[in-house]
Design a protein around this ligand. Structure first.
Ligand code: AP5
Length: 214
């Protein structure tokens, strides 16, 4: 399976990616996670990416494309992969097509998660994440048992720098302008699977598996 997970910020891409990667035994490649790891480690890539991420803007295409091409060339991606948060611009999608064509491959499907903006805002402003293991929480719907402490590993539960109301609104704008054109792009390519992204993670996962048909 060669899959892309598409959808606005907070649509549940990360949540579903973990389940999909486990079911189909494919590597989960999240460009957002790769950038956050580099920011945490203070690498040159992280320092550069942070300038854009903190504003809710996209990291420049050339940085992202090189990084993803390197990752897709690794051995564990031979049998398939799940891209989460990439591509995010038409340029990135075209570069991905070129890369896959060069390897004699094509995408199996693009799963497009759809959720209303009001629900997305509520999800993201309340979202908290464990700094160590990445476990997701929500201040109202899924708080950790002890405030600020991860139930799973005892790590610090924090709010992502780009989950403030102002930044989230900018991320929505960026999504509409730069990423939404990919819906038409993949519809035309005949591989788009629109999925209703509400009703709880298990319901959404069931709908994805059914749509993939295997
Ligand atoms: P990235 O990390 O990819 O952020 P995003 O796309 O904005 O998505 P999120 O991680 O915010 O949300 P998600 O869809 O994964 O939802 P989640 O599962 O967490 O990118 C961050 C930044 O990196 C970008 O802004 C950009 O600067 C840069 N970047 C990354 N990729 C790039 C690229 N290709 N090009 C350029 N720049 C790039 O769920 C959200 C919340 O909802 C959680 O609290 C969760 O518990 C809850 N939830 C999930 N599913 C459900 C459900 N079904 N019902 C109820 N609640 C749910």
């Amino acid at each position: 399976m060669k899959l892309v997970l598409l959808g606005p910020p907070g649509a549940g891409k990360g949540t579903q990616a973990v389940k999909i990667a486990e079911k189909y035994q494919i590597p989960h490649i999240s460009t957002g996670d790769i950038f956050r790891k580099n920011v945490k480690e203070g690498t040159p890539l992280g320092v550069e990416a942070k300038k854009y991420m903190d504003k809710g803007a996209l990291v420049p295409d050339e940085l992202v494309v090189a990084l993803v091409n390197d990752r897709l060339a690794q051995e564990d991606c031979r049998g398939g992969f799940l891209l989460d948060g990439f591509p995010r611009t038409v340029f990135q999608a075209e570069e991905l097509d070129k890369f896959l064509k060069g390897e004699g491959k094509a995408l199996t499907a693009v799963v497009d998660l759809r959720v209303d903006e009001d629900e997305l805002l509520e999800r993201m402003i309340g979202r908290r994440v464990c700094r160590s293991c990445g476990a997701p929480y929500h201040v109202k719907n899924m708080p950790p048992k002890k405030e600020g402490v991860c139930d799973h590993c005892g790590g610090e539960v924090y709010q992502r720098a780009d989950d403030t109301e102002e930044t989230v609104k900018n991320r929505f704008l960026v999504y509409k302008e730069q990423t939404m054109p990919l819906v038409a792009y993949y519809e035309k390519a005949g591989c788009l699977l629109p999925i209703e992204g509400t009703g709880g993670p298990e319901r959404v996962f069931g709908a994805i598996v059914e749509a993939l048909g295997q």
